[in-house]
Every structure is written in structure tokens, then in C-alpha cells.
Design a protein around this ligand. Structure first.
Ligand code: PCA
Length: 213
């Protein structure tokens, strides 16, 4: 169910040999949460370029939501990374979960070169930092499924002329993933990442309109 009083939140399934993806855990945890009468509806997206466009079409089916926040894991990032831009390119360093490794291809052959985030970037970072949550504006979402997700959502919004806050946020590993690594990568606790997402939703809803990054 979706409509005016809904925030769409997505995470991704595990990929690249990981057993969990913190983005899916956050989305799951916040599913059903209420923000002043606006309810979070969460979905877990496939790390599969053959299936992702259809899943995003399904997500955008129906009336416009109040906001859309897409989450994904970025291994090695040190903080919550609010992405500024999605580019019209696929160039996978590793295969997706169906075994496809797409190189040097556009996402939408006749689409624009890039889309800017529709989240209030600077305000979101400032609010996260005020809550003692490390965060920054990232200038690349990579060229894998997360960038594709951000591009496809913003492309879908442009096609529908929906003026809703929307954008992509990468989260680091959680300690449960790094504790066993020989050279542990950067991580933040799941509770902190879930709180960060709450702040991002509040900020997007309070903004209520598009602020290009
Ligand atoms: N991270 C990958 C895809 C899924 C995810 O959680 C990425 O950064 O593209």
C-alpha cells in the first residue's frame, strides 16, 4: 500500500559473498514506523540488474509517496554517505547476484547523463552531525546496483513529474560483519544507522520539496 502518507524506504539484499546487508536490516527495522501520520513502507531490492528496473517500477506504481529514501551498503566507507548524484552508467567491478558483470553500459540509453539527489543534502548532514552521527555528502554512488537504483528512481520521478524528496544513502558495514575480518574495515553500529535513517526521513519530510544538491 502506498499513497500520500507514505515514505518509501528500500534496502538491498546481501551481495558479494556477504551474509547480511545492513541496508536491508535498517529498512526492515523501520517498516511501519510513523512520522506524524506518515508511515514507512520498506522493501528489499535485488542485487540483480535484470530485475532491478522492474522492482523500481513496481515501487513507483500508484500515487506519489511523501518521500523516497533508498539505502545500500558501501564496504569501507567510514560514515553515512548521502549521495549527491547518480550517473547513467553501469560498470560492475564484481558480478551481481545473478552472475552478470555489466561493463561500460548506460542504464537508460536515451536518459540524461545524471540526476542530482532530491534530498536536502546539506541539512541532512548537519542534522546527523548534530546527533553525533558521522555523515558526509558523497560525490559518487559507484557504478554498481546502488547508483543504478538511485538513477532509476529519479528517472521514474522525472517521468511522472512527481516533486517529492528522494535520494540514495550508502551506509558502512556494521560490526557484526567486520569483527571476523583479518583487517577489519570501517563500521558503525546498526542502532546508529537506524537512527540516522530516522533523521534522514524526518529531514526529508520537514523539507517537503526538492532542494537540488
Ligand atoms: N551496495 C551495492 C549494491 C547493493 C548494496 O547494498 C552498491 O553500492 O552498489
Amino acid at each position: 500500500m502506498q499513497g500520500r502518507d507514505v515514505v518509501l524506504l528500500t534496502g538491498f539484499e546481501p551481495f558479494g559473498g556477504e551474509l547480511i546487508n545492513p541496508s536491508a536490516l535498517i529498512a526492515d527495522r523501520l517498516h511501519g514506523a510513523e512520522f506524524g501520520g506518515v508511515r514507512v513502507v520498506s522493501t528489499c531490492l535485488p542485487v540483480d540488474i535484470g530485475r532491478l528496473p522492474g522492482e523500481i517500477d513496481r515501487l513507483l506504481d500508484g500515487p506519489a509517496p511523501r518521500a523516497i529514501i533508498n539505502l545500500g551498503l558501501a564496504a569501507g566507507r567510514t560514515a553515512v554517505a548521502i549521495e549527491r548524484v547518480a550517473v547513467n552508467a553501469l560498470d560492475f567491478a564484481i558480478p551481481d547476484n545473478s552472475g552478470q558483470q555489466v561493463r561500460d553500459c548506460p542504464i537508460a540509453p536515451s536518459g540524461p547523463a545524471a540526476y542530482l539527489s532530491r534530498l536536502p543534502l546539506r541539512q541532512s548532514v548537519e542534522r546527523l552531525k548534530a546527533r553525533r552521527i558521522p555523515a558526509y555528502i558523497s560525490d559518487t554512488a559507484g557504478l554498481y546496483l546502488c547508483n543504478a537504483c538511485m538513477y532509476l528512481v529519479l528517472h521514474g520521478l522525472a517521468g511522472r513529474a512527481w516533486d517529492v524528496p528522494a535520494g540514495f544513502v550508502h551506509v558502512p558495514y556494521i560490526p557484526e560483519q567486520t569483527a571476523q575480518q583479518d583487517a577489519p574495515r570501517a563500521c558503525l553500529p546498526l542502532d546508529m544507522l537506524a537512527n540516522a535513517t530516522t533523521v534522514l526521513i524526518e529531514t526529508a519530510l520537514a523539507d517537503g520539496r526538492t532542494i537540488p544538491g
